[in-house]
Structure formats: C-alpha cells, structure tokens
Design a protein around this ligand. Sequence first.
Ligand SMILES: *Cc1c(COP(=O)(O)O)cnc(C)c1O
Length: 354
Amino acid sequence: MVKTNHINVTKIERSKLNDFPLENPPFGKYFTDHMLEADYENGEWKNVEIKPYQPLLLSPSLAALHYGQAIFEGIKAYKDEKGNACIFRPHDNFARFNISAERMQMPTVPEDIFIEGMHQLIALDKNWIPALKEHSLYIRPFMFSSDELIGVRPSDNYKFMIILSPTGPYYAAPMRIYVEERFTRAAPGGVGYAKAAGNYGAAMLATAEAKKKGYDQVLWTDAFEHKYVQEIGTMNVFFVIGNKVLTPDLSSETILAGVTRNTAITLFKEMGFEVEERAIGIDEVIAAYKEGQLKEVFGTGTAATISMIRELTYKDFVMSFDTTTWKVSTEMKARLDAIREGRVADTHGWMYKI
Ligand SMILES: *Cc1c(COP(=O)(O)O)cnc(C)c1O
C-alpha cells in the first residue's frame, strides 16, 4: 500500500499581506505567509508541514552547503478576473524535479507532497496571488541534502520545501547577447538537463564577463566545438528562420527541458508554423541573417515567458534586430497569456485549478 503523507497545518496568527503592496512587486523578494517543509529520514518522507514562513536553523556541516546536492523548480500560479486560481502545468515541473533528483542521487518526492502540498499551500495563501494583469505567484519548490556530516557521498537526510513569492510583470527588455566560446554551461554526461543549483553558480562568471563587455547574457554553445547553440542564460532559445521555428533538440542532455519551451512548440504548431527541434550551428544562424531570413531570436522561461534578443554578437559579427516589428513570438506570448489569465479555453489541460 502506498502511504499517503498527512500534511500538518499551522497557520500564521496575523497575515503579512497588508504590509505588502501586491502591485508590481520585485521578483523573488517578498514571500507569502506560509511555506511547506518535509523531511526525508531513514528512507521515507515524514514531518510534512505547512507553517508560517520562517528561517531555518542549519548546521555548519550541512552537506548541501559543501557538496551541492541541491535542486529546485520554478512554477507560476495565476488568478483570473473572477478570482479563480490556477497553477500552470505543475505536473510537468513535478516530473522534471524528480528527473533532477535522480541525476543528483537524491530521493524522488511523491506526488502527494509535491502537488498536493503545493495545492494546499497555495489554497491557504491564495490572497497573495495578485489578480492583476501579467502578475502571478511564483512557486519555488526545492530540495537539499541535510546530513550534518562533511563526507563526499549522497546524504541520508534531505529537506523538501516550497516557498511562494508574488511577482509583477517581469518586463524583459530586449537583450544584447554574446555568443560564448570560452566558458561551458553543460556537456554531454553532465548535469545540464537537471535544475541543479550548482549549474547557476557555475554560469555566473561567464555572465559577469559578458556584462563587462556590455552584454546582458550569453548564448551558450556546445562544450566541444563551441559551434552549436544550447541556451540563452537560463532560458531555452528559439530562432525564426524563414517560415520555420527552430530550437535545439534535447537529445544531448545538455539542455534544460523547459515547460515554456514545450508550451511554445505546441502553440507555434497550432499557429501553423513548422517547428524543427535539432542541432543548430551558429554558422547556420549567421547565414540566415545574411540572407535576411533570420526574423526573430528569443529565449523562453517561466520567469519572463519570452525575452527578445535585439543584438546577437558572434566574435566581431553583430546581428541586430528591430524587435518592435516581431509578430511570431509576440503572437505566441499573447496566446499563452490568454490561456494563463483564463481569457480563452484551456484546450490542453495546462491549468491546474486550486
Ligand atoms: C528553468 C530553466 C529554463 C526554463 O524552463 P521553464 O520550465 O520554461 O521555466 C531553461 N533553461 C534553464 C537552464 C533553466 O534553468
């Protein structure tokens, strides 16, 4: 028999909600009244608890701090004009979370904690979802090793948590991007396909160097030849070339399988575009640009949905774009926003109701 974890709920005495304006809050700065916490001990999940948001008391020998068994997810919940709350595709993030867990030798989290726990937590903090256009509640599930022992081996103990942060329109100004040829984000056999905390720390130097040169982010390329494109910063990358939409395929396991990526592919196909998922060489991108066929370049991810690229630089070759004329990515985003804000029917079963 599968054990169903009971969730203990301790409510806050006085909500902090009135202390925070829910209009246009900065991304990831304010957290709601409650959080979810669960412990993995002796081979099972226990102590599943929703309680007031509060600091953790951690030992300096905490394994995650030393050897980096730490993974996370990013999901959004929306409220429509009638006040109904929905989470966007949480089961896809749940599946990906456990793929990350397996890669990092961490225990998988059962659905009754990840999905049901998230459901109960959001139901409790529902008033924190801003019912404003392009606003949402950012959901951050994460897990880390919690053995209090500095030995290089998978921990016996883990903590799984979910915290929630109200967020406003994540206006992503069109970006200047540098095609990275020195640093590598991910190599086959590595952890690029996992949402592992270390991937982000490892990418910061390349981003900082690009910023010094006046760019906003890097376009990562493959580890061997620095010739095939992978991702833009922490977003999946798309190119509109002629009448086709192109994005790198996932077969090399160096690319994070974005839920927004999958959503965008589905919507582009519905819009009548041919979508190709395959290896894309930077040479091909440059050739298309020179022929006037490279129409749009953008990144996709939960935080910003799409980020347009106004300038893409490879060595000293600069490709520039007038993003104000773009139709393909803007139409896709409009369709997606309409689904998420409950203005059109959700024909894909993407919206999970609270
Ligand atoms: C999270 C993430 C993405 C985007 O994934 P979504 O599910 O669309 O939010 C893309 N690339 C990397 C490296 C990421 O960490």
